[in-house]
Design a protein around this ligand. Structure first.
Ligand code: NIG
Ligand code: FE
Length: 392
């Protein structure tokens, strides 16, 4: 069964061999042929092959589904009061994570499952067709393993984040907690995850601790990624490059040496920017322009979590990256699709080309530029996930 989506006013393929030859590979008056869950053909509508079924999208823009490569969806409660306090001057610190850890430990599986399912649906309705999800609000062997089992309802891009912060029962005994994470917690969690992550920043873990944990994780088959450079300059970004991490996330504070290392590692380690965090913590904006000009591969993600960034909207992140981080609308869309795919080392998503997964969005707009130009407006029309229009 093949379906031809026709009358696409502007198609972003992310395939530079298509259309205008730009990085976005823009094709005007385009069509996309879908065969089961895959793209079979893309090109100008007048050259489209025959299909079993036609879908006329009415001249709107079509873009690849968003790839949100950084989210924390397994948690209970919220921290609205903490957000309100920040908006009137309080500073964001890693310690707030403990509030969510307490609530998450107390919550039953059913409640956590309901939250994960609702957030995944919220994301899908806003055009996110691939999402990563971390543990990190359990911080016991059982609660971390439980978080990953529950997160598996939402995605197969699962990340073990036992090293989010040192939980209260280990205060004053941080070495013992690092040993727990490197030993029994990894034993229980490695079979349930693909990635291991460490929050390497003020109030969380230092670069030596992060290295020890990520090396132990690699021995058990988990690939590294890192949270670093959110709260201050540090050694986390350099460590990510040394360990050939798929991504180093936040990068709010980036030294010249970090920048050079990230640029040299552009085909290995992605810098993932999380504009929702700067928005929600009133932090300085990372200089995305400086990173892209230096040759760094940049992704955009939501970091959806109840503390530092409680948004699930990739379109909102695109708008912030354009307005406040110096990205062009084209760069921001690329980073929210192809950039996220690179951060997850996925070649099947992020690009609309034959053989890739048929994940794409129709926009209630004539051009992708409207994603930044019309912030806060619900522009996502239909969401096509693995070839099927999903009810949203
Ligand atoms: O990515 N930086 C560390 N972890 C999350 C914040 C978690 C929280 O505040 O609950 C983040 O920003
Ligand atoms: Fe995060």
């Amino acid at each position: 069964m093949t379906v031809l989506f026709t009358n696409i006013g502007e198609l972003t393929t992310n395939d530079p061999t298509q259309g205008d030859g730009s990085r976005l590979g823009l094709v005007r008056d385009a069509a996309v042929l879908v065969d089961a869950d895959r793209v079979a053909w893309v090109g100008p509508g007048r050259a489209a092959p025959a299909a079993d079924q036609l879908v006329d999208v009415g001249g709107c823009a079509v873009v690849p589904g968003f790839v949100d490569s950084h989210a924390h969806l397994v948690f209970a409660g919220d921290r609205a009061e903490e957000f309100a306090a920040r908006m009137t001057g309080a500073r964001y610190e890693a310690g707030g994570i403990q509030t969510t850890v307490r609530a998450t430990r107390r919550a039953n599986d059913q409640a956590l499952r309901a939250t994960v399912t609702a957030l995944r649906q919220e994301m899908l309705a806003q055009g996110t067709t691939t999402v990563e999800c971390k543990s990190g609000y359990g911080l016991t062997v059982d609660d971390e393993a439980r978080s990953l089992r529950i997160a598996a309802r939402a995605t197969s891009e699962l990340t073990f984040l036992g090293a989010h912060v040192v939980p209260p029962e280990y205060q004053g005994r941080r070495d013992d907690y690092v040993d727990l994470v490197r030993g029994p917690m990894l034993d229980a969690c490695a079979p349930l995850a693909k990635w291991a992550d460490v929050f390497c920043d003020r109030g969380a873990f230092d670069a030596d601790e992060a290295r020890a944990i990520l090396e132990a994780a690699a021995e058990r088959g988990l690939q590294p990624r890192l949270h670093a450079g959110q709260l201050q300059l540090g050694r986390g970004i350099a460590l990510a490059v040394q360990l050939e991490a798929a991504s180093v996330d936040h990068c709010t504070f980036v030294s010249d040496d970090d920048l050079e290392a990230l640029a040299a590692a552009r085909d290995v380690t992605v810098a993932t920017l999380l504009p929702g965090v700067e928005f929600s913590t009133r932090s300085p904006w990372p200089d995305g322009r400086r990173m892209i000009d230096a040759g760094v591969t940049v992704a955009l993600a939501t970091d959806c979590n109840p503390g530092s960034s409680y948004t699930s909207s990739m379109a909102f992140c695109i708008a912030l990256a354009v307005r406040d981080m110096g990205l062009s609308p084209a760069e921001a869309l690329w980073s929210a699709t192809c950039g996220g795919a690179a951060a997850l080392r996925r070649s099947d998503v992020g690009v609309l080309a034959p053989g890739r997964r048929a994940d794409f969005l129709t926009l209630r707009a004539p051009s992708y530029i409207h994603l930044a130009y019309r912030p806060g407006v619900p522009l996502i029309g239909s969401v096509v996930l693995a070839g099927a229009v999903v009810p949203t």
